[in-house]
Design a protein around this ligand. Sequence first.
Ligand code: NZQ
Ligand code: ZN
Length: 394
Amino acid sequence: MIKDFNFYTPTRVVFGREAEGKIGQLVKDNGGKRVLLHYGGGSAERSGLLDVVRHQLEQAGIAWCELGGVVPNPLLSKVREGIELCRREQVDFILAVGGGSVIDSSKAIGYGVPYAGDVWDFWDGKGVPAACLPIGVVLTIPAAGSEMSSSCVITRDEGLLKRGVNSDLCRCRFAVMNPERTYTLPPYQTAAGATDIMMHTMERYFSKYEDMTLTDALSEALLRTVRDAALVVLEHPEDYRHRAQIMWASSLAHNDLTECGTEKDFATHKLEHELSALFGVTHGAGLAALWPSWARYVMDRHLSRFVQFAVNVMGVANDFAHPDETAERGIRAIESFYRQIGMPTNIHELLGREITDAEIDTLVDKCSRGGKLKIGAMEVLDAADMRAIYQMAR
Ligand code: NZQ
Ligand code: ZN
Protein backbone atom coordinates (compact mmCIF):
# COMPACT_ATOMS: atom_id res chain seq x y z
CA MET A 1 0.00 0.00 0.00
CA ILE A 2 1.16 3.52 -0.79
CA LYS A 3 0.28 6.17 1.78
CA ASP A 4 -1.32 9.36 0.43
CA PHE A 5 0.95 12.35 0.82
CA ASN A 6 1.13 16.13 0.69
CA PHE A 7 4.68 17.25 -0.09
CA TYR A 8 5.57 20.89 0.65
CA THR A 9 9.13 22.15 0.53
CA PRO A 10 9.26 25.94 0.20
CA THR A 11 12.95 26.48 1.08
CA ARG A 12 15.19 27.97 -1.61
CA VAL A 13 18.55 26.20 -1.52
CA VAL A 14 21.61 28.17 -2.63
CA PHE A 15 24.45 25.67 -2.70
CA GLY A 16 28.17 25.87 -3.42
CA ARG A 17 31.42 27.70 -2.89
CA GLU A 18 30.01 31.08 -3.92
CA ALA A 19 26.72 30.72 -2.02
CA GLU A 20 27.59 33.18 0.78
CA GLY A 21 27.83 36.04 -1.72
CA LYS A 22 24.04 35.88 -2.07
CA ILE A 23 23.08 36.29 1.60
CA GLY A 24 22.35 40.04 1.52
CA GLN A 25 20.15 39.75 -1.57
CA LEU A 26 18.32 36.73 -0.18
CA VAL A 27 17.44 38.55 3.05
CA LYS A 28 16.26 41.56 1.03
CA ASP A 29 14.20 39.41 -1.36
CA ASN A 30 12.48 37.91 1.67
CA GLY A 31 11.55 41.26 3.12
CA GLY A 32 14.19 41.46 5.88
CA LYS A 33 14.84 45.05 6.99
CA ARG A 34 15.71 44.56 10.67
CA VAL A 35 17.43 41.24 11.20
CA LEU A 36 18.31 39.13 14.21
CA LEU A 37 21.64 37.43 13.51
CA HIS A 38 21.51 34.29 15.66
CA TYR A 39 24.44 31.90 16.21
CA GLY A 40 26.08 29.37 18.51
CA GLY A 41 29.06 29.10 20.80
CA GLY A 42 31.90 30.41 18.70
CA SER A 43 32.70 28.23 15.67
CA ALA A 44 31.15 30.68 13.18
CA GLU A 45 33.07 33.59 14.72
CA ARG A 46 36.37 31.67 14.69
CA SER A 47 36.01 30.57 11.07
CA GLY A 48 35.32 34.11 9.87
CA LEU A 49 31.86 33.18 8.60
CA LEU A 50 30.08 35.67 10.85
CA ASP A 51 32.19 38.49 9.44
CA VAL A 52 31.24 37.41 5.92
CA VAL A 53 27.57 37.49 6.92
CA ARG A 54 27.87 40.89 8.64
CA HIS A 55 29.56 42.27 5.53
CA GLN A 56 26.73 40.90 3.38
CA LEU A 57 24.09 42.63 5.54
CA GLU A 58 26.04 45.88 5.59
CA GLN A 59 26.47 45.89 1.81
CA ALA A 60 22.74 45.27 1.36
CA GLY A 61 21.92 48.18 3.72
CA ILE A 62 20.12 45.93 6.19
CA ALA A 63 20.05 46.77 9.93
CA TRP A 64 20.72 43.95 12.38
CA CYS A 65 21.22 42.98 16.00
CA GLU A 66 22.97 39.86 17.28
CA LEU A 67 22.37 37.06 19.72
CA GLY A 68 24.98 34.31 20.05
CA GLY A 69 25.51 31.57 22.61
CA VAL A 70 23.03 28.93 21.43
CA VAL A 71 24.13 25.60 22.92
CA PRO A 72 23.68 22.14 21.37
CA ASN A 73 20.23 20.84 22.42
CA PRO A 74 19.04 24.50 22.48
CA LEU A 75 17.42 25.92 25.57
CA LEU A 76 14.14 27.71 26.16
CA SER A 77 15.92 30.38 28.24
CA LYS A 78 17.89 31.52 25.16
CA VAL A 79 14.66 31.51 23.13
CA ARG A 80 13.04 33.82 25.68
CA GLU A 81 16.06 36.14 25.49
CA GLY A 82 15.72 36.19 21.69
CA ILE A 83 12.01 36.96 21.80
CA GLU A 84 12.60 39.95 24.08
CA LEU A 85 15.42 41.24 21.90
CA CYS A 86 13.38 40.90 18.70
CA ARG A 87 10.44 42.77 20.22
CA ARG A 88 12.68 45.54 21.52
CA GLU A 89 14.50 45.93 18.20
CA GLN A 90 11.39 45.37 16.04
CA VAL A 91 13.08 42.56 14.18
CA ASP A 92 11.27 41.34 11.07
CA PHE A 93 13.60 38.54 9.92
CA ILE A 94 15.83 35.96 11.65
CA LEU A 95 19.09 34.82 10.10
CA ALA A 96 20.41 31.62 11.68
CA VAL A 97 24.12 30.91 11.22
CA GLY A 98 24.85 27.40 12.46
CA GLY A 99 23.29 23.97 12.68
CA GLY A 100 20.13 22.38 14.01
CA SER A 101 20.45 23.99 17.43
CA VAL A 102 20.73 27.56 16.12
CA ILE A 103 18.03 26.98 13.50
CA ASP A 104 15.62 25.52 16.05
CA SER A 105 16.31 28.35 18.48
CA SER A 106 15.52 30.75 15.61
CA LYS A 107 12.30 28.93 14.79
CA ALA A 108 11.18 29.07 18.41
CA ILE A 109 11.95 32.78 18.63
CA GLY A 110 10.07 33.20 15.35
CA TYR A 111 7.00 31.55 16.89
CA GLY A 112 7.30 33.48 20.13
CA VAL A 113 7.56 37.05 18.83
CA PRO A 114 4.01 37.32 17.43
CA TYR A 115 2.45 35.20 20.22
CA ALA A 116 0.83 36.87 23.21
CA GLY A 117 1.10 33.85 25.54
CA ASP A 118 4.06 31.84 26.82
CA VAL A 119 6.02 30.37 23.89
CA TRP A 120 6.43 27.01 25.70
CA ASP A 121 2.66 26.54 25.24
CA PHE A 122 3.43 25.17 21.76
CA TRP A 123 5.63 22.39 23.18
CA ASP A 124 3.28 21.80 26.08
CA GLY A 125 0.26 21.14 23.87
CA LYS A 126 -1.53 24.26 25.12
CA GLY A 127 -1.37 26.15 21.82
CA VAL A 128 -0.68 25.78 18.12
CA PRO A 129 1.56 28.28 16.30
CA ALA A 130 -0.43 30.67 14.11
CA ALA A 131 2.48 32.74 12.81
CA CYS A 132 6.27 32.75 12.65
CA LEU A 133 8.81 35.41 11.71
CA PRO A 134 10.51 34.56 8.39
CA ILE A 135 13.80 32.69 8.82
CA GLY A 136 16.86 32.21 6.61
CA VAL A 137 19.80 29.89 7.31
CA VAL A 138 23.51 29.80 6.66
CA LEU A 139 24.20 26.15 7.41
CA THR A 140 27.48 25.10 9.05
CA ILE A 141 26.82 21.46 9.98
CA PRO A 142 24.91 18.88 7.97
CA ALA A 143 23.00 16.81 10.51
CA ALA A 144 19.59 17.79 11.88
CA GLY A 145 18.07 18.78 8.52
CA SER A 146 16.26 21.64 10.25
CA GLU A 147 17.16 23.89 7.31
CA MET A 148 14.34 22.26 5.33
CA SER A 149 12.25 20.55 7.99
CA SER A 150 9.00 21.62 9.63
CA SER A 151 10.34 20.64 13.02
CA CYS A 152 11.63 22.66 15.96
CA VAL A 153 13.14 20.85 18.96
CA ILE A 154 13.67 22.81 22.19
CA THR A 155 14.69 21.86 25.73
CA ARG A 156 13.01 23.57 28.67
CA ASP A 157 15.72 24.32 31.23
CA GLU A 158 13.51 23.43 34.19
CA GLY A 159 13.08 19.65 34.24
CA LEU A 160 15.16 19.23 31.05
CA LEU A 161 12.08 18.58 28.92
CA LYS A 162 13.12 18.17 25.27
CA ARG A 163 10.24 18.32 22.84
CA GLY A 164 9.47 18.96 19.18
CA VAL A 165 6.76 20.96 17.46
CA ASN A 166 5.93 20.60 13.78
CA SER A 167 4.44 23.28 11.56
CA ASP A 168 5.03 24.45 8.00
CA LEU A 169 5.07 28.03 9.31
CA CYS A 170 8.67 27.67 10.50
CA ARG A 171 10.09 26.25 7.28
CA CYS A 172 13.07 28.36 6.27
CA ARG A 173 12.76 30.80 3.37
CA PHE A 174 16.26 29.98 2.18
CA ALA A 175 19.27 27.89 3.11
CA VAL A 176 22.76 28.93 2.08
CA MET A 177 25.04 25.90 1.99
CA ASN A 178 28.75 26.02 1.31
CA PRO A 179 30.31 22.59 1.91
CA GLU A 180 33.69 24.29 2.55
CA ARG A 181 32.21 25.65 5.80
CA THR A 182 31.97 22.09 7.12
CA TYR A 183 35.73 21.43 6.85
CA THR A 184 36.25 22.72 10.41
CA LEU A 185 33.81 20.27 11.99
CA PRO A 186 35.31 18.06 14.71
CA PRO A 187 35.30 14.38 13.59
CA TYR A 188 32.76 13.49 16.30
CA GLN A 189 30.28 16.08 14.97
CA THR A 190 30.88 14.95 11.39
CA ALA A 191 30.15 11.36 12.39
CA ALA A 192 27.14 12.23 14.56
CA GLY A 193 25.79 14.37 11.72
CA ALA A 194 26.09 11.53 9.21
CA THR A 195 24.36 9.22 11.69
CA ASP A 196 21.48 11.67 12.17
CA ILE A 197 21.06 12.13 8.41
CA MET A 198 20.93 8.38 7.91
CA MET A 199 18.48 8.00 10.80
CA HIS A 200 16.08 10.59 9.34
CA THR A 201 15.96 8.38 6.26
CA MET A 202 15.79 5.08 8.13
CA GLU A 203 12.98 6.32 10.38
CA ARG A 204 10.88 6.64 7.20
CA TYR A 205 12.27 3.63 5.34
CA PHE A 206 11.31 1.27 8.17
CA SER A 207 7.60 1.60 7.57
CA LYS A 208 4.64 -0.68 7.14
CA TYR A 209 4.00 1.01 3.77
CA GLU A 210 6.32 -0.91 1.46
CA ASP A 211 5.04 -0.27 -2.06
CA MET A 212 6.59 3.09 -2.97
CA THR A 213 9.63 1.70 -4.78
CA LEU A 214 10.79 5.13 -5.99
CA THR A 215 11.00 6.41 -2.42
CA ASP A 216 12.80 3.23 -1.37
CA ALA A 217 15.34 3.68 -4.16
CA LEU A 218 15.95 7.33 -3.21
CA SER A 219 16.35 6.37 0.44
CA GLU A 220 18.73 3.52 -0.27
CA ALA A 221 20.90 5.72 -2.52
CA LEU A 222 20.96 8.44 0.13
CA LEU A 223 21.96 5.98 2.86
CA ARG A 224 24.77 4.41 0.82
CA THR A 225 26.03 7.82 -0.28
CA VAL A 226 26.21 9.26 3.24
CA ARG A 227 27.78 6.09 4.66
CA ASP A 228 30.54 6.08 2.03
CA ALA A 229 31.09 9.85 2.10
CA ALA A 230 31.37 9.89 5.91
CA LEU A 231 34.25 7.42 5.75
CA VAL A 232 36.01 9.61 3.17
CA VAL A 233 35.65 12.97 4.96
CA LEU A 234 36.78 11.55 8.29
CA GLU A 235 40.06 10.71 6.52
CA HIS A 236 40.07 13.84 4.34
CA PRO A 237 38.16 16.66 6.05
CA GLU A 238 38.67 19.04 3.11
CA ASP A 239 37.29 16.74 0.44
CA TYR A 240 34.73 19.07 -1.16
CA ARG A 241 33.03 16.41 -3.26
CA HIS A 242 32.12 14.18 -0.34
CA ARG A 243 31.35 17.06 2.05
CA ALA A 244 28.90 18.26 -0.62
CA GLN A 245 27.14 14.88 -0.82
CA ILE A 246 26.64 14.86 2.95
CA MET A 247 25.43 18.45 3.07
CA TRP A 248 22.81 17.96 0.38
CA ALA A 249 21.75 14.66 1.91
CA SER A 250 21.15 16.42 5.24
CA SER A 251 18.38 18.47 3.65
CA LEU A 252 16.87 15.71 1.53
CA ALA A 253 16.77 13.31 4.47
CA HIS A 254 14.49 15.56 6.50
CA ASN A 255 12.48 17.64 4.00
CA ASP A 256 9.98 14.76 3.77
CA LEU A 257 11.14 13.57 0.31
CA THR A 258 11.94 10.14 1.72
CA GLU A 259 8.52 10.02 3.38
CA CYS A 260 6.45 10.27 0.18
CA GLY A 261 4.23 7.19 0.20
CA THR A 262 5.61 5.95 3.54
CA GLU A 263 5.25 7.09 7.13
CA LYS A 264 7.47 8.60 9.83
CA ASP A 265 8.23 6.16 12.62
CA PHE A 266 10.61 8.27 14.73
CA ALA A 267 10.47 6.00 17.79
CA THR A 268 14.27 5.98 17.99
CA HIS A 269 14.24 9.78 17.81
CA LYS A 270 11.74 10.04 20.67
CA LEU A 271 13.80 7.62 22.78
CA GLU A 272 16.97 9.58 21.94
CA HIS A 273 15.59 13.01 22.75
CA GLU A 274 15.28 11.85 26.36
CA LEU A 275 18.94 10.80 26.37
CA SER A 276 20.23 14.10 24.98
CA ALA A 277 17.93 16.06 27.31
CA LEU A 278 19.05 14.20 30.44
CA PHE A 279 22.74 13.71 29.67
CA GLY A 280 23.48 16.52 27.20
CA VAL A 281 24.91 14.05 24.67
CA THR A 282 25.11 14.74 20.93
CA HIS A 283 21.83 13.79 19.26
CA GLY A 284 23.35 11.71 16.42
CA ALA A 285 25.50 9.74 18.86
CA GLY A 286 22.43 9.01 20.99
CA LEU A 287 20.65 7.64 17.93
CA ALA A 288 23.56 5.30 17.15
CA ALA A 289 23.46 4.01 20.74
CA LEU A 290 19.76 3.13 20.49
CA TRP A 291 18.94 2.08 16.93
CA PRO A 292 20.46 -1.43 16.96
CA SER A 293 18.38 -2.28 20.05
CA TRP A 294 15.19 -0.82 18.56
CA ALA A 295 15.89 -2.82 15.38
CA ARG A 296 16.36 -6.11 17.21
CA TYR A 297 13.25 -5.47 19.30
CA VAL A 298 10.94 -5.03 16.28
CA MET A 299 12.77 -7.02 13.59
CA ASP A 300 10.86 -10.32 13.79
CA ARG A 301 7.57 -8.69 12.85
CA HIS A 302 9.03 -6.77 9.87
CA LEU A 303 11.60 -9.16 8.53
CA SER A 304 11.28 -8.35 4.83
CA ARG A 305 12.12 -4.66 5.46
CA PHE A 306 15.18 -5.56 7.50
CA VAL A 307 16.33 -7.99 4.81
CA GLN A 308 15.89 -5.31 2.12
CA PHE A 309 17.91 -2.86 4.23
CA ALA A 310 20.66 -5.43 4.85
CA VAL A 311 20.98 -6.33 1.18
CA ASN A 312 20.33 -3.02 -0.63
CA VAL A 313 21.97 -0.64 1.84
CA MET A 314 24.55 -2.56 3.86
CA GLY A 315 25.61 -4.91 1.03
CA VAL A 316 24.89 -8.12 2.94
CA ALA A 317 24.53 -11.32 0.85
CA ASN A 318 20.95 -12.53 0.96
CA ASP A 319 20.62 -15.88 2.71
CA PHE A 320 17.19 -16.70 1.27
CA ALA A 321 16.72 -19.73 3.50
CA HIS A 322 17.36 -17.69 6.67
CA PRO A 323 15.90 -14.17 6.38
CA ASP A 324 16.36 -13.61 10.12
CA GLU A 325 20.10 -14.21 9.70
CA THR A 326 20.29 -11.78 6.78
CA ALA A 327 18.41 -9.14 8.78
CA GLU A 328 20.72 -9.60 11.79
CA ARG A 329 23.78 -9.26 9.57
CA GLY A 330 22.41 -5.91 8.33
CA ILE A 331 22.18 -4.63 11.91
CA ARG A 332 25.66 -5.92 12.68
CA ALA A 333 26.96 -4.19 9.55
CA ILE A 334 25.65 -0.81 10.67
CA GLU A 335 27.07 -1.38 14.15
CA SER A 336 30.47 -1.97 12.64
CA PHE A 337 30.03 1.20 10.54
CA TYR A 338 29.22 3.16 13.73
CA ARG A 339 32.38 1.82 15.37
CA GLN A 340 34.40 2.75 12.30
CA ILE A 341 33.27 6.38 12.48
CA GLY A 342 33.62 6.63 16.26
CA MET A 343 29.96 6.39 17.20
CA PRO A 344 28.66 4.30 20.13
CA THR A 345 26.45 1.24 19.65
CA ASN A 346 24.98 1.24 23.16
CA ILE A 347 24.34 3.60 26.07
CA HIS A 348 27.41 2.48 28.01
CA GLU A 349 29.66 3.52 25.11
CA LEU A 350 27.68 6.76 24.74
CA LEU A 351 27.98 7.85 28.37
CA GLY A 352 31.27 6.16 29.21
CA ARG A 353 29.61 4.52 32.21
CA GLU A 354 26.71 2.25 33.03
CA ILE A 355 23.26 3.81 33.12
CA THR A 356 21.40 3.20 36.40
CA ASP A 357 17.94 1.65 36.80
CA ALA A 358 16.69 4.93 38.24
CA GLU A 359 17.89 6.78 35.15
CA ILE A 360 16.08 4.31 32.89
CA ASP A 361 12.92 4.88 34.98
CA THR A 362 13.28 8.63 34.35
CA LEU A 363 13.80 8.17 30.60
CA VAL A 364 10.75 5.92 30.29
CA ASP A 365 8.60 8.21 32.40
CA LYS A 366 9.50 11.28 30.34
CA CYS A 367 9.28 9.57 26.95
CA SER A 368 5.88 8.07 27.74
CA ARG A 369 4.71 11.20 29.61
CA GLY A 370 3.99 9.18 32.70
CA GLY A 371 2.81 6.11 30.78
CA LYS A 372 0.18 8.00 28.77
CA LEU A 373 2.01 8.40 25.43
CA LYS A 374 2.88 5.78 22.82
CA ILE A 375 5.52 6.30 20.15
CA GLY A 376 6.40 4.83 16.73
CA ALA A 377 4.38 3.93 13.66
CA MET A 378 5.73 0.77 12.01
CA GLU A 379 5.59 -0.67 15.49
CA VAL A 380 3.69 1.26 18.15
CA LEU A 381 5.56 1.19 21.47
CA ASP A 382 4.20 1.72 24.96
CA ALA A 383 6.12 2.39 28.17
CA ALA A 384 6.95 -1.31 28.67
CA ASP A 385 8.41 -1.50 25.15
CA MET A 386 10.44 1.68 25.76
CA ARG A 387 11.85 0.19 28.95
CA ALA A 388 12.75 -3.03 27.14
CA ILE A 389 14.63 -1.11 24.42
CA TYR A 390 16.55 1.07 26.91
CA GLN A 391 17.43 -2.11 28.81
CA MET A 392 18.65 -3.83 25.64
CA ALA A 393 20.71 -0.73 24.77
CA ARG A 394 22.22 -0.22 28.22
O1 NZQ B 1 28.09 26.29 18.89
P1 NZQ B 1 29.21 26.25 17.93
O2 NZQ B 1 30.46 26.86 18.45
O3 NZQ B 1 28.84 26.80 16.57
O4 NZQ B 1 29.61 24.70 17.72
C1 NZQ B 1 28.75 23.75 17.15
C2 NZQ B 1 28.19 22.76 18.18
O5 NZQ B 1 29.07 22.60 19.25
C3 NZQ B 1 29.55 22.85 16.25
N1 NZQ B 1 29.67 23.33 14.87
C4 NZQ B 1 28.67 23.62 14.02
N2 NZQ B 1 29.16 23.96 12.83
C5 NZQ B 1 30.51 23.90 12.92
C6 NZQ B 1 30.84 23.52 14.24
N3 NZQ B 1 32.12 23.37 14.65
C7 NZQ B 1 33.09 23.61 13.76
N4 NZQ B 1 32.84 23.97 12.46
C8 NZQ B 1 31.58 24.11 12.02
N5 NZQ B 1 31.33 24.42 10.74
O6 NZQ B 1 28.84 21.62 16.22
C9 NZQ B 1 28.17 21.44 17.46
C10 NZQ B 1 26.77 20.90 17.19
O7 NZQ B 1 25.95 21.87 16.58
P2 NZQ B 1 24.37 21.64 16.58
O8 NZQ B 1 23.73 22.78 15.89
O9 NZQ B 1 23.91 21.30 17.95
O10 NZQ B 1 24.25 20.31 15.69
P3 NZQ B 1 23.04 19.66 14.94
O11 NZQ B 1 22.83 20.27 13.62
O12 NZQ B 1 23.29 18.21 15.02
O13 NZQ B 1 21.73 20.03 15.79
C11 NZQ B 1 21.34 19.26 16.90
C12 NZQ B 1 20.02 19.72 17.44
O14 NZQ B 1 18.99 19.61 16.44
C13 NZQ B 1 17.93 18.77 16.96
C14 NZQ B 1 18.66 17.84 17.89
O15 NZQ B 1 17.81 17.18 18.77
C15 NZQ B 1 19.58 18.82 18.60
O16 NZQ B 1 18.88 19.56 19.56
N6 NZQ B 1 17.19 18.19 15.85
C16 NZQ B 1 16.42 19.03 15.12
C17 NZQ B 1 15.64 18.57 14.06
C18 NZQ B 1 14.81 19.49 13.27
N7 NZQ B 1 14.58 20.71 13.74
O17 NZQ B 1 14.29 19.13 12.21
C19 NZQ B 1 15.59 17.15 13.71
C20 NZQ B 1 16.65 16.30 14.36
O18 NZQ B 1 16.19 14.99 14.44
C21 NZQ B 1 17.09 16.75 15.72
O19 NZQ B 1 16.22 16.29 16.74
ZN1 ZN C 1 17.64 13.58 14.16
